[in-house]
Design a protein around this ligand. Structure first.
Ligand code: BGC
Length: 509
């Protein structure tokens, strides 16, 4: 009898202490994300300068599959009040949006500030705060002032100084209210603008230069890393003591699963991680800094074999390496306070010596379900994997999921999106509770349907639909908006994990 009692009591205790894997951790920040070019429109209003995206799509009207552009987009420049009302409906803690550099500095030059552009972001930030929503500001989501591109854009090292001056304007104007900053969104994708299209996962983007394959992207990346470092140090020396904010990069990270158990595929998958994520993360988040050793070795060696006198992969001076890595009084290592990660999908990594410097290729897996974007395969467990990889490679940093989202072809009854969100978030919670990965926030991409770069308006990521055919750009909540609102309100995921998208649809009515 006593034995039975002890067994019952311990079962109850175990049950009570078992972690509830559907509950959001206390203090976890939930929100949604957008970017300026994809939503704002008003491309030439109120003193805004031309960006490289304005330039690319006007010069090349067939750039997007539907020959569209972001001239009007979701018209958020004028409709930001409605956007904030939507955020309020969702009950988010945080809203991640980007500032358009040419809207506040039309030519990129620090001597020319556009007060009307500044006033727009002031109004947006103030309205968010009045509604209890924390702004997370991306300083650069791909829309360089065209006039800076005319100087060579990111391939010109001077851009690191221009970025620092731009950051100074942002911290000065908005830093009293903005406490979360993402310096650069997906530098890997930006670097692709200096190469012919790199892969299915990295399409061609502005400025769309043919470049020098294997040269342009490394130059652009190098400048962006220095730009990030300069902005970070500027914040530390001049602003942090009174503004108390946090800065990080948002890195694009695809989980790469070895295509087979063969040692060469396993090694290829590891290399691909370094060439994709480590390229930017190692110089900023590792204790030793600099590019990942495998990039250094392979690109240096291949450059020599190509008959070059110097490596295509630039080098950091000791001063630059230290700027990006050496501890200062604020942070134990590196030049960031958190790792921002944009994760949507997974891919197969295969050894392939003829496939670029990494000697490896990333392939789709025909067995994984796909979304409306071909590159987006739905692999929830890959999300847990990549969060673990980041935590292992760069210990000591909180991780913020700055983007994660699902693309379909439209419709308000978006059960596949709901399934995606719930299953991905559920894997994230396993990473948090079971694997002890320090994930502190999640912003779903995207608040609303928007201009999806080369895919135009054909594919949709939004929780709200936008009527792009009418000038009022009417927004309507999808079923997924209701689900996200419920998750945020109850601070837990619904019990739909093992249900199909169809049965979720039925249960929602
Ligand atoms: C970008 C977004 C884009 C999203 C979906 C991310 O790479 O940061 O601008 O809309 O992916 O493609």
């Amino acid at each position: 009898m006593l034995v039975l009692l002890v067994a019952v009591v311990s079962a109850v205790v175990a049950e009570k202490s078992a972690v509830d894997l559907s509950r959001l951790p206390d203090g976890f920040l939930m929100g949604t994300a957008t970017s300026a070019y994809q939503t704002e429109g008003a491309w030439n209003e109120d003193g805004k300068g031309e960006s490289i995206w304005d330039n690319l799509v006007h010069r090349n009207p067939n750039y997007s599959v539907d020959c569209s552009n972001g001239d009007v987009a979701a018209d958020s420049y004028h409709k930001y009040r409605r956007d904030v009302a939507m955020l309020k409906e969702l009950g988010v803690d945080v809203y991640r949006f980007s500032v358009s550099w040419p809207r506040i500095m039309p030519t990129g030059d620090p001597t020319e500030i556009n007060d009307r552009g500044v006033a727009h972001y002031d109004a947006l930030i103030n309205l968010l705060l009045e509604n209890g929503i924390t702004p997370m500001v991306t300083m650069y989501h791909w829309d360089l002032p065209q006039r800076l591109q005319d100087l060579g854009g990111w391939a010109n090292p001077i851009m690191a100084y221009y970025f620092e001056e731009y950051a100074n304007v942002l911290f000065t104007k908005f830093g009293d209210r903005v406490k979360w900053w993402v310096t650069i969104n997906e530098p890997e994708h930006i670097a692709a603008g200096y190469e012919p299209a790199l892969s299915l996962y990295v399409p061609s983007v502005a400025p769309g230069l043919p470049g020098h394959p294997g040269v342009g992207s490394y130059l652009a990346a190098h400048t962006m890393l220095l730009a990030h470092g300069r902005a970070y140090r500027l914040y530390n020396t001049t602003f942090r003591h009174r503004q108390h904010g946090r800065l990080g990069l948002a890195l694009s990270a695809v989980h790469i699963q070895p295509a087979s158990d063969a040692p060469e595929d396993v090694a290829a998958a590891r290399r691909l991680f370094q060439f994709q994520v480590g390229w930017f993360a190692h110089p900023v988040y590792s204790a030793e800094g600099d590019y990942p050793p495998v990039m250094r070795e392979r690109i240096d060696c291949r450059s020599r074999m190509e008959g070059r006198w110097r490596s295509r992969l630039p080098s950091f001076s000791e001063h630059e390496r230290r700027m990006l890595t050496v501890p200062d009084i604020f942070v134990p290592i590196g030049s960031a306070d958190f790792i921002g990660v944009n994760e949507y999908t997974s891919s197969l990594g295969r050894s392939n010596e003829s496939a670029g410097d990494a000697g490896a290729s990333m392939d789709l897996n025909p067995q994984w379900p796909t979304a409306a974007a071909k590159w987006l395969q739905v692999v929830p467990w890959g999300f847990r994997e990549i969060l673990n990889t980041l935590a292992k490679e760069y210990p000591g940093y909180p991780i913020f999921v700055t983007e994660n989202g699902y693309a379909d072809l439209g419709g308000l009854n978006d059960t596949d999106r709901i399934h995606y969100i719930v299953s991905y978030m559920s894997e994230m919670l396993k990473a948090i509770y079971v694997d002890k990965v320090p994930v502190i926030g999640y912003t779903y991409w995207s608040l609303m349907d928007s201009y999806e770069w080369d895919n135009g308006y054909r594919i949709k990521f939004g929780l709200y639909s936008v009527d792009f055919k009418h000038s009022d750009r009417k927004r309507r909540p999808k079923q997924s908006a209701r689900v996200i609102a419920a998750i945020i309100k109850r601070k837990r995921l619904p019990q739909w994990l093992n249900m199909t998208a169809e049965s979720i649809g039925k249960s929602l009515g």
